[in-house]
Design a protein around this ligand. Structure first.
Ligand SMILES: Cc1cc2nc3c(=O)[nH]c(=O)nc-3n(C[C@H](O)[C@H](O)[C@H](O)COP(=O)(O)OP(=O)(O)OC[C@H]3O[C@@H](n4cnc5c(N)ncnc54)[C@H](O)[C@@H]3O)c2cc1C
Length: 462
């Protein structure tokens, strides 16, 4: 059983280390007569980059936003904290597209075409499964083809706001602190880092309990022959699982190329938007990997060898930015259409139970299906700012609406629309919310995205 108390007790070493460090800092602050709970940081930071559009986060939403904006003629810079773009789909190890894959728009079409060129779509006989190593390459090449300036290993660390506008982002890569100035910013960080650091309104988790959609750890095993197999988890591993009733939700039969399998393991009740929450989730998920691996290797006698884990735990929900419109689960149930529609959702309400690690859902199973629905431009415009858009997991939606709209296909559509809107606003020298939304919609359709929700598309349950 998942035991948070044991986990936090066992995390004491980490906490003690942090205390020692804090004490050392306090003595320096005392000498300088500063408030011992606040340090003042005053630095001159060079504005080393300027672009029409600044995209934070290189997941599928950020890539689609950057590419579509650049295709409209804007200069675009994309900031990504890891060494590869793709976000959850690559560094998170999620190697599968959900929702309708056709007619998502030209960026997504190009991604599919390139994956096919590398024989990397349709892995394990499933049309939607891809090789995530190849995807990382495909995405970077698509960005480079459109002259998007990409900074990898570079993290957004702060935001400068002037009036109602984001003025500069402070980023930190190997060169240290630098500033990026832009006309329009698009937050595709998943956790709404830009909006949060700018102090804008965000929403997080379930309204009553505050719990976010559960995370999952993706890890990868290789199937070995009997003669090559060896048990990896030691017999004295304290939380090994020996009984199937104690198993958390896992999906052990997902393909990962010949002889490989991708296993998804549910890790609920950690906050992906705090430093300690995310740290604890990562550590807990590695421990749980051992727990379930013991069960597979020893109890079920599977010859599965752990080969690697995703670089980051899989995050389904971080923070959602409050936009000009909050997409609601009832909109999805009604198959809503909007005058300012710019994207479409075609997946069911995939909200896993928030407070347990079993295969449970927030809603009863007969309430999960929704018809295709539209996503309005207003859900991609931050309500508190004049030049901030968002796309992907940090869109403006309630938690259940996000449980469907968060899938890669819809995130790409949202990104493409945000990118188009950003360059249109720059071209017309106005705010995005002053644009004629039907013009954005027209361009979205011209770029190959389908917004029609009258055809019944049967949701793919994954
Ligand atoms: C376990 C799991 C399984 C899933 N299964 C599927 C599936 O089968 N099919 C499907 O379609 N969808 C699936 N999803 C959902 C889907 O993968 C994601 O919701 C989607 O890819 C999100 O895209 P995004 O661009 O909004 O966010 P992300 O992919 O999270 O991208 C955000 C990017 O921003 C970067 N970033 C974050 N903060 C900063 C910062 N401060 N500075 C710089 N960069 C930053 C991150 O490194 C990341 O690259 C799954 C999700 C999870 C967690």
């Amino acid at each position: 059983m998942f035991d948070r108390r044991t986990f936090f007790k066992n995390s004491m070493i980490v906490a003690a280390g942090a205390t020692v460090h804090a004490a050392a800092c306090n003595s320096i602050s005392d000498m300088d007569k500063l408030d011992d709970k606040i340090v003042s940081l005053k630095r001159n930071v060079p504005v080393n980059y300027e672009a029409d559009v600044v995209v934070i986060g290189g997941g599928i939403a950020g890539i689609s936003a950057a590419c579509s904006s650049a295709a409209s003629g804007a200069s675009v810079i994309l900031i990504e904290r890891f060494g590869a773009t793709g976000g959850m789909l690559t560094t998170g190890g999620v190697a599968n597209f959900c929702g309708q894959m056709e007619e998502q728009g030209e960026v997504f079409d190009e991604i599919l075409d390139d994956l096919r060129r590398f024989n990397s779509l349709g892995e394990g006989g499933r049309d939607s499964v891809f090789n995530h190593e190849i995807l990382a390459l495909v995405l970077q090449e698509i960005l480079l083809r459109r002259n998007v300036k990409v900074l990898l290993h570079t993290r957004l660390v702060d935001v400068l706001v002037k009036g109602n506008k984001i003025a500069e982002c402070i980023i930190c890569g190997k060169s240290g602190l630098e500033a990026v100035r832009g006309k329009i910013f698009i937050d595709c960080s998943g956790e709404a880092d830009l909006a949060r650091y700018a102090g804008l309104s965000v929403m997080k988790g379930d309204e009553k309990t505050g719990y976010q959609l559960p995370m999952s750890r993706m890890f990868f095993c290789r199937d070995l022959d009997e003669k090559d197999f060896y048990q990896q988890v030691p017999e004295d591993w304290p939380t090994k699982i020996t009984n199937s009733d104690d198993m958390p939700m896992t999906s052990p039969n997902w393909p990962d190329g010949p002889g490989g399998r991708a296993i998804k393991l549910k890790i609920p009740m950690f906050d992906a938007t705090t430093t300690e929450g995310l740290t604890n989730a990562e550590m807990q998920s590695r421990r749980r990997t051992m727990d379930v691996l013991y069960y597979y290797q020893v109890v079920e006698k599977k010859k599965w060898r752990l080969s690697n884990s995703a670089t980051i735990i899989g995050i389904r929900e971080g923070c959602r930015i409050e936009g000009d419109y909050i997409l609601k689960v009832d909109d999805l149930r009604a198959g809503a259409t909007f005058e300012d529609a710019v994207a479409r959702g075609t997946f069911y309400l995939d909200g896993h139970g928030l407070t347990d690690d079993k295969r449970t859902y927030i809603l009863p199973k007969d309430q999960l299906d929704v018809p295709p629905y539209q996503i309005p431009m207003r859900s991609l415009i931050a309500k508190d700012a004049d030049n901030l858009l968002m796309a992907g997991r940090c869109m403006s939606a309630d938690q259940l609406a996000l449980s469907s709209a968060r899938v890669a296909t819809s995130c790409s559509m949202m990104g493409q629309a945000a990118g188009i809107a950003a360059s249109m606003a720059i071209h017309k020298n106005t705010r995005v919310r002053n644009l004629d939304y039907t013009e954005i919609k027209k361009e979205v359709l011209k770029r190959g995205a389908q917004l029609d929700v009258t055809q019944q598309i049967y949701p793919i349950h994954g």
